[in-house]
Design a protein around this ligand. Structure first.
Ligand SMILES: [Zn+2]
Length: 600
C-alpha cells in the first residue's frame, strides 16, 4: 500500500486568517451582531399571520434567521477550534463568551417567531403550509407551532426563563462547584496524592486491581460525605422541572425528552423491552470477565478493568489508510469524502501540549466544511475515534443540499453516522487482528460499548424515571436515592453484580444537566438505530450507500418512527426491530466467550 503523508495539523486559516486575533473574524462577528440587532427591530413588526398573503413575510423572516444562524455558527465553530487547539488562548475564550451572548439573542428572536406562528388560526396555517414556498418546511414549522401551543403564554414562559437563571440552572452550576471542590486522597506507588474526581475516575481502568478498588472506595467515601448536598441539589433541579411541567399541564416527565427526540413512548418502551429480554449474553460476558480477573462475581470497580494487553499501534498515516480502505468497502462516497478531509487539512490530530482532551467534529455551514479535533497517539481506540468523527462530518456533508431549517437533527439520530463509521472500523480491526490477545482486546472494546448502552444507561433511565415519580410526592432523601440506584443497577445489569455503586446518582453529571432533560436514553437509541442500519449495509453491500445518504438527509424532517419506516421499512415501535441490532452485539460476546475459553 502506498502511504500518503497527510497533515496532522488542521487548516483554520481557510476560514479566517490570523487565529483568534484575526481581523477578518472580528469584522465577521461585528456584521453578525449588526444583522441580529436589525432583525430584532424588524421582528417588532412581525405579527401573527392572518392570511395566505403573509407567506412572503414568513419566507423573508426564515431567510433572515437562516443567514444570521449560519454566519454565527461559522464563527462559533472556528472559535471553538481555536480554544480546543490551545486552552491558554485567552482571546478565544473572550470571543466564545461573545458568541454565547449572540446565541442567546438569536434564540429569544426564534422564540418570538415561534409564539407568533403558534397563534395562527388553523385554516390559515394549513393554507400557508400548502404554498410552494413553505411546504418543504412543514414538519419543522408544525413542530414550532405545536411546541408553542403546549407552552404557557409568552409572558409566563418569559418569567420561567428569567427565574430559571437563579432557580434552576444555578442548581446545575452548584453541582459543578461541589464536584470541583472534592479532593480524593490516594496512595499511588507509595506516594500520597490528592486527585480531582476526574483523575480518580480515570483509575477505574488501571491494570492494578488494588488501585481500582482503592480509588473507587475513596470516591464512594467522598460522595457519602457530601451526599446531603447532592441530594438537595438533585431534588431542587427535579422539583423545578416538575413545577414547570405541572403549570404547563404536562403529566409525564418523559413528554419533553421524547418531544426533543421526535420519538414516541411506544418506541422507547419497545427498545428497553428488547434490551431487557436479551441481557443473558452480557451477564455471561461479565461473569467471564470476573473469572479472568480471578473474582467470583463482577465488582463495580472492575467493570472497566483491562483483560488483555492490546499492543497493536498504527501511526496516523497507517490509521488513515486503514480507515479509507474499509470505508471504501461500504461506499465510494464515504471513502472519497474522507480522503478529501485528510488531504485538505480538516483534521487536527497532533499530540502536543495545551490541547483540550477528547475529540469532536464541528461544522462550518457557510464554507460547507467540517473540522475534526482529537489527539492521536496511535492506539486502535484513536483510529475508532477518528472514524467516528469522520462519520459526523459525513452527516453534515450529506445534509449540504438540505435547507438550514431542515438540518436541525436531535440527539438520538445525531450519533447515527458516527456510530456507523466507527462500527466499520471496529469490525475490520477485529477481523484483521494479528494475535489472539489483540483480538480479545478489540472484541472487549466493542462489548464494553454494548454494556454501557444496555446496562449502565439503562440503570440511569430506570433510576431517573423512578426518582421523578417519587419526587412528585415530596423530597427524596440521600438514603432513598442510594436505594433507588442500587435497585436500578441490579436490575439493569441482570443481577451480574457482586457490588454496586450506590452514589452513582451523585457522581454522574448527566443527572444535573439543566439544558436537556433525561440525558440518557438517546445514547442507547442512537447506538442501536445505527447498528440496524449497519446490519442492512452489510447485507446490501456498497449499493446501500445512496439509501444511507437519503436517510441522513431526512434525519431532521420527520419523527424517528417515520424515518425508520421510510428508509429501512422497519416499525421501530416493535421489539423485533431492536432485537436485530442487539443480535449483532451478542455475536461479539459469543466470539469473546469462545476465544477466552480456549485460553482457559
Ligand atoms: Zn459522536
Amino acid at each position: 500500500m502506498i502511504e500518503e503523508n497527510y497533515s496532522v495539523v488542521w487548516d483554520l486559516d481557510s476560514f479566517f486568517v490570523g487565529g483568534s486575533s484575526s481581523t477578518a473574524l472580528r469584522k465577521h462577528l461585528d456584521e453578525v451582531k449588526n444583522k441580529l440587532l436589525a432583525f430584532e427591530e424588524e421582528l417588532k413588526d412581525f405579527n401573527t399571520p392572518s392570511s395566505i398573503q403573509d407567506v412572503n413575510k414568513i419566507v423573508h423572516t426564515i431567510e433572515k434567521l437562516k443567514d444570521i444562524a449560519v454566519n454565527l455558527s461559522e464563527a462559533g465553530a472556528v472559535i471553538g477550534c481555536f480554544q480546543a487547539q490551545d486552552t491558554t488562548d485567552k482571546q478565544a475564550a473572550l470571543l466564545e463568551g461573545e458568541v454565547g451572548m449572540l446565541y442567546a439573542k438569536l434564540s429569544s428572536s426564534m422564540l418570538t417567531i415561534q409564539q407568533m406562528l403558534g397563534q395562527t388560526e388553523e385554516s390559515v396555517w394549513q393554507d400557508l403550509l400548502q404554498t410552494n414556498e413553505l411546504s418543504s418546511f412543514a414538519f419543522v414549522l408544525n413542530e414550532w407551532r405545536n411546541e408553542a401551543k403546549l407552552m404557557l403564554s409568552e409572558k409566563e414562559e418569559d418569567m420561567i426563563t428569567t427565574l430559571s437563571v437563579d432557580g434552576y440552572h444555578a442548581w446545575g452550576q452548584l453541582y459543578d462547584l461541589l464536584v470541583g471542590d472534592i479532593r480524593i486522597k490516594l496512595t499511588l506507588d507509595g506516594v500520597e496524592k490528592e486527585l480531582s474526581v476526574g483523575q480518580a475516575n480515570n483509575l477505574s481502568s488501571h491494570e492494578d486491581a488494588a488501585i481500582r478498588k482503592e480509588s473507587f472506595n475513596a470516591l464512594e467515601t467522598a460522595w457519602t460525605e457530601k451526599e446531603d448536598f447532592f441530594a438537595k441539589t438533585l431534588n431542587h433541579i427535579a422539583g423545578f422541572r416538575l413545577a414547570v411541567y405541572e403549570k404547563r399541564g404536562w403529566e409525564s416527565v418523559l413528554q419533553e425528552p421524547l418531544q426533543i427526540n421526535r420519538m414516541k413512548q411506544e418506541t422507547l418502551d419497545a427498545m428497553w423491552g428488547a434490551i431487557s429480554k436479551n441481557k443473558a449474553p452480557f451477564v455471561e460476558y461479565l461473569q467471564r470477565k470476573s473469572d479472568m480477573l480471578g473474582e467470583k462475581r463482577m465488582h463495580w470497580y472492575d467493570l472497566d478493568a483491562p483483560v488483555s494487553a492490546s499492543t497493536e499501534k498504527m501511526d496516523f498515516q497507517q490509521g488513515a489508510a486503514f480507515i479509507l480502505k474499509h470505508f471504501k468497502e461500504f461506499g465510494p462516497k464515504l471513502a472519497a469524502f474522507s480522503r478529501n478531509a485528510f488531504e485538505k487539512g480538516w483534521i487536527e490530530a497532533e499530540d502536543r501540549p495545551n490541547k483540550r482532551p477528547g475529540g469532536f467534529c464541528t461544522g462550518m455551514p457557510v464554507s460547507e466544511e467540517s473540522r475534526i479535533f482529537m489527539t492521536y497517539s496511535g492506539s486502535m481506540s484513536n483510529v475508532s475515534t477518528l472514524a467516528h468523527e469522520l462519520g459526523h462530518a459525513f452527516h453534515s456533508y450529506a445534509l449540504r443540499p438540505v435547507h438550514w431549517m431542515n438540518r436541525q437533527y436531535a440527539m438520538g439520530v445525531a450519533e447515527t453516522a458516527s456510530t456507523f463509521a466507527e462500527m466499520i472500523v471496529a469490525d475490520a480491526a477485529v477481523k484483521e487482528a494479528k494475535t489472539e490477545e489483540e483480538k480479545i482486546a478489540l472484541l472487549e472494546d466493542k462489548i464494553q460499548r454494548s454494556v454501557a448502552f444496555f446496562m449502565n444507561i439503562h440503570a440511569r433511565y430506570l433510576f431517573e424515571t423512578r426518582f421523578y415519580e417519587e419526587r412528585k410526592k415530596g423530597m427524596v432523601s440521600a438514603t432513598r436515592l442510594n436505594e433507588l440506584m442500587v435497585t436500578a443497577q441490579k436490575e439493569a445489569y441482570g443481577d451480574a453484580l457482586e457490588t454496586t455503586h450506590p452514589h452513582f446518582w451523585a457522581s454522574k453529571l448527566h443527572f444535573y444537566i439543566t439544558d436537556v432533560p433525561f440525558y440518557n436514553f438517546p445514547y442507547t437509541f442512537g447506538y442501536l438505530f445505527s447498528l440496524s442500519i449497519y446490519a442492512k449495509a452489510i447485507t446490501e453491500g456498497s449499493s446501500f450507500e445512496e439509501k444511507y445518504i437519503a436517510l441522513l438527509q431526512d434525519t431532521a424532517v420527520m419523527t424517528v418512527e417515520d424515518l425508520a419506516m421510510k428508509h429501512l421499512g422497519e416499525d421501530i415501535t416493535k421489539e423485533a426491530f431492536w432485537i436485530k441490532g442487539i443480535n449483532l452485539c451478542i455475536q461479539d460476546v459469543n466470539e469473546f466467550i469462545q476465544f477466552t475459553n480456549v485460553k482457559g
